[in-house]
Design a binder for this molecule. Structure first.
Ligand SMILES: Nc1ncnc2c1ncn2[C@@H]1O[C@H](COP(=O)(O)OP(=O)(O)OP(=O)(O)O)[C@@H](O)[C@H]1O
Length: 378
């Protein structure tokens, strides 16, 4: 694990943030503009020194009391909003620079980075000719090749337009799936967080409001995240079957099996699904005579009316009838909730449209398939 605690004042801003980040996987720092996310990242890198700080990364302590490891002695990779590549060097030479900076043992090889990020076709290009998304992939590759013990990413996609963001996200998902390096991702884009993060640290005005595994944090009734207009659940599971004829896959999650578009095999592969709460409807019986592919037994946990006299209510469910089912969120009208007389604890059937299950984490081999399915969604 990584333990971080930074307290102090920078100009008029007071930071008092303490949190745990994962030793393997992606921890997202999420919060509104100005809440201190970048400042925390700078403290972790050693770019900013607050007198009251502590940082341990695995077995190493980089800051504690009067101990402060300077930035050049920390094995940290830093990816900024705008890729800062050397303009006079080719892509290959930019990557070599990363390798030359490497400290400590080889954690990730050049071939692996080049293949995961799809950089080989860009090798001989001058960096000035790259698109924004290509530049950012090279910047990430360079940071990885410096063999960091910790990769810090500060809004790595925010300078890109929507299409470039869509293009680069599958590469980041692949890195996430294949590399074991700890990553701290600063973002204020929840879509990015839903696709990439395993753990979430929610910041507000220089403090940590809450932290924990991603899915329960998104569904926590005491946090403001549950009232987001584009609320979605994030579920992870294992591919159990692929229907080649219809181009569908079955993914087993705790408490149920979900059918999603795309050939997302091989069997056993881990996949992540984002299920928009607005695309989940509730009923007492399995539907008949319907195009719905997913009708999953579930249990109502609680219901939270949306604030400000909204006509909507958010229902927290767990899949299946047993304990341990995955959390699922549904946003329905208060009128339907009242007229059907649902209540917490009640067993119900959650219906979700397979076509609403956009962007499961896919390998690149399956991504084109998935995009086709996405294009025809209703
Ligand atoms: N060197 C500095 N001197 C004075 N104030 C600073 C300094 N650096 C940051 N701040 C202030 O600290 C606060 C937190 O800034 P920070 O960049 O960490 O926020 P953030 O959450 O990353 O915001 P954003 O999402 O907009 O990038 C802001 O109010 C900022 O103006």
């Amino acid at each position: 694990m990584i333990h971080a605690s930074f307290k102090g004042r920078i100009g008029g801003f007071v930071l008092d943030a303490e949190f745990e980040a994962l030793g393997h996987g992606v921890t997202a720092l999420f919060g509104p503009s100005g809440c201190g996310k970048t400042t925390v990242l700078r403290c972790m890198a050693g770019l900013t020194r607050l007198p009251d700080g502590q940082l341990t990364v695995g077995a190493k302590t980089w800051q504690a009391g009067r101990k402060f490891t300077p930035i050049h002695r920390r094995a940290v990779g830093y990816v900024f909003q705008e890729a800062s590549l050397f303009a006079h060097l080719s892509v290959r030479d930019n990557l070599c620079y990363g390798l030359k900076r490497a400290k400590g043992p080889l954690r990730v090889g050049e071939e692996e980075v080049v293949s995961l990020l799809g950089i080989a076709p860009l090798f001989e290009r001058p960096t000035a000719t790259l698109s924004g998304g290509e530049r950012q992939r090279v910047a990430i590759g360079r940071a990885l090749l410096s063999q960091p013990e910790l990769l810090l990413m500060d809004e790595p996609l925010s300078a890109l337009d929507r299409l470039s963001r869509e293009e680069i996200l599958p590469y980041l998902e692949r890195l996430h799936a294949r590399l074991e390096m700890p990553v701290i991702l600063v973002s204020h884009d929840m879509t990015e967080v839903e696709r990439l993060a395993d753990r979430l640290v929610l910041m507000e005005r220089g403090r940590v409001r809450a932290e924990g595994p991603l899915a329960p944090m998104l569904a926590d009734p005491d946090l403001p995240l549950i009232h987001r207009p584009d609320l979605a659940s994030v579920l992870e599971g294992e591919v159990v079957a692929v229907d080649d004829a219809y181009g569908l896959s079955q993914i087993a999650v705790p408490g149920g099996v979900i059918v999603v578009p795309g050939r997302l095999g091989p069997a056993g592969a881990r996949r992540r699904m984002r299920i928009p709460a607005a695309d989940v409807s509730l009923g007492r019986n399995p539907p008949s005579d319907t195009t719905i592919l997913n009708a999953l037994p579930a249990t109502i946990l609680s219901a939270e009316p949306e604030p400000n006299g909204s006509p909507l209510i958010t229902v927290r469910l767990k899949l299946g009838r047993e304990t341990g089912g995955a959390l699922l969120l549904a946003r329905i009208s208060r009128k339907s909730w009242d007229s059907l007389g649902f209540a917490p604890g009640e067993p119900i059937v959650a219906r979700l449209k397979a076509t609403s299950l956009s962007h499961p984490s896919t390998s690149m081999e399956t991504a084109p398939d998935w995009q086709e399915d996405d294009d025809v969604r209703d």
